[in-house]
Design a protein around this ligand. Structure first.
Ligand code: CA
Length: 219
């Protein structure tokens, strides 16, 4: 899932970016609301993490404007411990959830995973495809009852395929979900990750439609 992080505090922003990236998501981090607006015009984000006090304005006003123009992207606001009013106002302005600073990074990861599941249209964490069992929430996967480890990138590709289990996902859609702005992407990177996924999950698990994209083979 592609995530937009709007946070001007350098250390917190960097920690959140690294942690969410480790969870297999592509994070674009901006420090200002005008940069956030530009990013939102270019990319369809699965989640927005929003600080409320930014150098060029209020995150609450930003959120209200977002909802006013009909944007339903999931938003988690990042608020300070003593600002209870911010949390209430944030939820009233259309936030889906909030995290209170300083927050535990594992809690952040769990909340991001919960949003990712809703984004995938699948609030139940466990899915089965033949001998494969996938728990997107705890990032656990087994084949014939045996645990299989996936890398962050492999999870990110799987998330995209699970999001549209009955349709084709283009290479560009996968790249957009996997890589933030400015990332260098080798032309065969996605193929390499997909072929590793096939090795782990079975040749037929992911079907390549040449020149078009990928889909789940067993959905
Ligand atoms: Ca701030």
């Amino acid at each position: 899932m592609r995530v937009l992080l709007i946070e001007d505090e350098p250390r917190l922003g960097q920690a959140v970016q690294e942690h969410v990236t480790d969870g297999g998501h592509a994070v674009d981090r901006v420090l200002r609301l005008d940069d956030a607006d530009a990013a939102l015009r270019a990319v369809d984000y699965g989640l927005i993490l929003l600080d409320l006090h930014l150098p060029d304005g209020s995150g609450l006003d930003f959120l209200r404007a977002l909802r006013r123009r009909g944007d339903t992207s999931p938003v988690i606001i990042l608020t300070a411990r003593d600002q209870i009013r911010d949390r209430i106002d944030g939820l009233n302005a259309g936030a889906d959830d909030y995290l209170v600073k300083p927050f535990d990074l594992d809690e952040l990861r769990a909340r991001v995973a919960a949003v990712a599941r809703r984004y995938a249209g699948n609030p139940s964490p466990i899915q089965r495809f033949g001998e494969i069992e996938i728990d997107q929430a705890s990032r656990q996967l087994s084949r014939d009852g045996k645990r299989i480890e996936l890398t962050g990138r492999e999870w990110a590709i799987l998330d995209q395929l699970l999001r549209r289990p009955n349709s084709l996902v283009s290479k560009e859609q996968i790249e957009e979900a996997l890589y933030p702005f400015g990332a260098e992407i080798e032309s065969n990177t996605i193929e390499v990750h997909v072929s590793r996924l096939r090795k782990k999950l079975g040749r037929d698990f992911v079907v390549t439609v040449r020149g078009v994209g990928y889909r789940l083979g067993q959905a």
